[in-house]
Design a protein around this ligand. Structure first.
Ligand code: NAD
Length: 343
């Protein structure tokens, strides 16, 4: 818990026990905000910096009222989510949990006179019919309609975006909506089924022998863009401070295939890695990239940490975790100087 003086603004971060919420909490505390973190669990890998941390299930309305009591600004990140393997196989659970978490949180925020409410949406709201090619056209915010979102998780996000709009128009709640494009970095889930592709690839490469083989989901030619966590929290914060109510992309716009991602991580690791493609595994849409035109216009800023640098930091952290868990010995982890070779 933080003992530093604050600027007097009281913020709530929901999902503060999770990957982005934990980083955002540290960032806001460093900016001088008084922060209450709420989550169904505490952060897994390090202590929270929040001034107050409440372990609460936000599916329950009375918990949302308690969480938002006395709060000026809400960053709503809590969600039941995971990588493509998880969201494709837990649709009912995801839709149920996230709908009630979000509805209860925004209604409680309104009743507690919260001034600003930032909702974390996803690139998964974009229509499948615009993402059928690896060499995909970057997605502009207005491309969300006519809607054909990712089934389950994506539809719930899109519906909650609409809910934010209605709360702004009907009640004057100052809502902000951010659409993340594949955020990654240290202190994120890297194993167990909920991890995303960068963390999964870092783990697999770390555990593989030099010259060994790792499993890659699909043919590896599916494409994405990836944004490092430090840029993500900076972008969230800038959006909250802006007066922009419409949904806004937050991601990098460098398109890269999963095969290329594996090659970059292998270079960082200083290993030669062969890929075994498993076509039976889910791979999501064929291609997805962020059009950052509006992001630049609205925030006068865009993410700047390179994929190589972000992956190097993530790889290093995952290696440390694997060593702590006794799954890797330090002598098998190469020095960080390998990063330079990856550029
Ligand atoms: P995360 O899973 O690490 O964090 C979500 C947190 O919400 C978890 O700590 C979880 O315990 C908490 N939560 C779940 N159910 C809860 C409940 N009933 N009550 C209280 N807390 C509950 O995920 P993240 O990557 O940090 O994502 C944060 C937000 O950003 C989510 O809304 C997610 O959908 C969105 N998002 C993330 C990405 C990404 O690339 N990481 C991409 C698009 C959107």
């Amino acid at each position: 818990m933080s003992l530093t003086a604050t600027n007097g603004t009281r913020v709530l971060v929901t999902g503060a026990g999770g990957f982005i919420g934990h980083h955002l909490t540290s960032f806001l505390v460093s900016k001088g905000y008084w922060v209450r973190g709420v989550d169904i669990k505490k952060p897994e890998y390090e202590e929270t910096k929040a001034h107050e941390f409440l372990v609460l299930d936000l599916r329950k309305y009375e918990n949302c009222l308690a969480a938002t009591s006395g709060i000026d600004e809400v960053y709503a990140l809590a969600a039941n989510m995971g990588g493509i393997g998880f969201i494709e196989t837990h649709k009912a659970e995801i839709v149920y949990d996230n709908t009630i978490i979000n509805h209860h949180t925004i209604e409680a925020a309104r009743l507690n006179n919260v001034k600003r409410f930032l909702y974390t949406s996803s690139a998964c709201i974009y229509p499948g019919y615009r993402q059928r090619e690896s060499n995909v056209t970057p997605l502009r915010e207005e491309d969300a309609y006519p809607a054909d979102a990712e089934d389950g998780y994506g539809w719930e996000k899109l519906y909650m975006e609409r809910t934010c709009r209605h709360y702004f128009e009907d009640y004057g709640l100052e809502t902000r909506i951010v659409r993340f494009h594949n955020i990654f970095g240290p202190l994120g889930t890297y194993d167990g089924g909920r991890e995303k592709s960068p963390a999964a690839i870092c783990r697999k490469v770390a555990l593989a022998e030099d010259g060994g083989e790792i499993e890659v989901w699909g043919d590896g030619e599916q494409t994405r863009s990836y944004c490092y966590i430090d840029d993500c929290v900076e972008g969230i914060y800038r959006l909250m401070r802006s007066s922009y109510h419409e949904p806004l992309n937050l991601g990098q716009d460098r398109l890269i295939s999963i095969n290329q991602l594996v090659d970059i991580v292998a270079r960082i690791a200083g290993k030669t890695i062969r890929k075994r493609h498993d076509l039976s595994q889910p791979q999501g849409v064929r291609g997805r990239n962020s059009d950052n035109t509006r992001l630049r216009q609205v925030l006068g800023w865009e993410p700047r940490i390179s994929l190589e640098e972000g992956l190097a930091r993530t790889y290093e952290w995952i290696c440390e975790q694997l060593c702590l868990a006794g799954r890797l010995t330090p002598d098998r982890v190469k020095a960080r100087s390998a990063v330079e070779h990856a550029h």
